[in-house]
Write a protein that binds this ligand. Sequence first.
Ligand code: FAD
Length: 540
Amino acid sequence: MIRITELALPLDHPEDAIKSAILKRLNIKESDLNDFTVFKRSYDARKKNTEIKFVYIIHADLKNEAEVLARFEDDHNVKVAPDTDYHPVAQAPEDLTERPIIIGFGPCGLFAALILAQMGFKPIVLERGKEVRARTKDTWALWRKHQLTTESNVQYGEGGAGLFSDGKLYSQIKDKKFYGRKVMSEFVRAGAPEEIMYVSKPHIGTFRLTGVVSRMREEIKALGGEVRFESKVSELDIEDGQITGVTLANGDTLKSRYVVLALGHSSRDTFRMLHRKGVYLEAKPFAIGFRIEHPQSLIDHVRLGKYAGHPELGAADYKVIHHAKNGRAVYSFCMCPGGTVVAATSEEGRVVTNGMSQYSRNERNANSGIVVGIYPNKDYPEGPLAGIELQERLESNAFLMGGEDYTAPGQLVGDFIKGVPSTELGEVIPSYKPGIKLTDLAPSLPNYAIEAIREALPAFGKKIKGFDQDDAILTGIETRTSSPVCIKRDDNKFESINTKGLYPAGEGAGYAGGILSAGVDGIKVAEALAKQMMADLKGE
Ligand code: FAD
């Protein structure tokens, strides 16, 4: 297989233009091309006012591969394609009696379970929240009726935190083994659109993701795995530094010497339990800030110029960063084109925001988190759980500022920059459900964060004209940008550094940030666990 990179074609090219371009690029006859696949398609928007083109990476199966490679020896855009297929690392024996346990059924737990099931290890998944349909109902009750269900919400339940999301499926992780392709191909097999395999910034959107996740759960079960909902793990059973099993909130116990911890970043009671049990964890950096909303048309216009609204490009995204004079970095986080801002709390008496969108991304507003990086030694030096405590304080205060019914505090950008409370909306209508209360957001975050965001917004306005327009909306607050703790693990064996058989994984453990990287981490941990189980079986 040959890989051709940098193959450029106009945005509106017909389907068969790709084949013609390959034949021309390699100077071969049609009969010499057995087959080809589009490995990646991106576009370069720097020439937005002249011509935006698609740029392809193609994998081509040729009759005379050696001859073509020799001819293009000095051309770095024509090379042998890497092996991107997934190869399982183990196969469990038929008579395996001990079953691995996976705590959490977000993207990390989902992929850990799927990979283990595909290798014959018949995992048992324990998920504190409900299955996808019941969970959707509970989540909408918060957004529509101000009613929170603490064990079934945006953070907890089948599919994890990524279920009600934009479903962005890209990440900047290094992925030499192409685990990301495995994640994508499993999503496609379960009903996600085929294009996620090749577009440079794929996304599924929330409604499609729900169907995909439930079909993957059925596959895990068909392979002999089990998925138990409403099964919160309240204790880890540890003897002499070795995990021996888990105890559920209802008192049930399960035995296993192999447990994956795929908790997500919001399971604060479980982090506290881990700390109490002596599992090593430490505070890590995360970020705090607000959600900002603009008309999507403004972002499309600035980012895509005359191509704004082009059906092949969809709603435009952005990424901004500013280094403030007080030493803080302010940056956009989890940008959702054509989406909505959502209430993302899992705890009573707290307000926290996030963003989501549908596959079509056709809501009127663009939103993103505008957040400030914060650090354990500097901002919350009081021990491993201090980041959690800071999040709790800020989220409780935001709840009070919103009026104590999950309404979020909000402010117009112009007023925020001037430091005066907002009293009236402009043309940008906030999308946050269950609603916002206009106020002064300054008391909602530490001073250094307010100062840095105040400085950053006009700076962003220089990069994206209109970003700091007076009636853009800020909704408070964003605190769960990533996990406030890291559950330290060994770099090679992926086990906790002080608890044998315990595999911290995904976002909650500090080893992923986003759906794709959490899925990839689930695969890595499943492989490490499977290898260890096989070695233990052989007595190695
Ligand atoms: P989670 O998805 O958080 O899953 C952890 C699971 O563990 C949960 O279901 C929880 O109920 C369960 N659990 C926790 N404790 C226990 C316990 N004691 N017992 C049993 N079960 C337990 N990322 C993107 O890449 N793209 C996006 O577009 C995107 N949008 C987002 C939008 C929203 C609204 C939110 C909240 C997040 C979004 N994210 C997005 C982030 C993404 O969802 C997370 O990075 C990802 O889900 C992390 O995966 P995970 O499996 O590590 O953890």
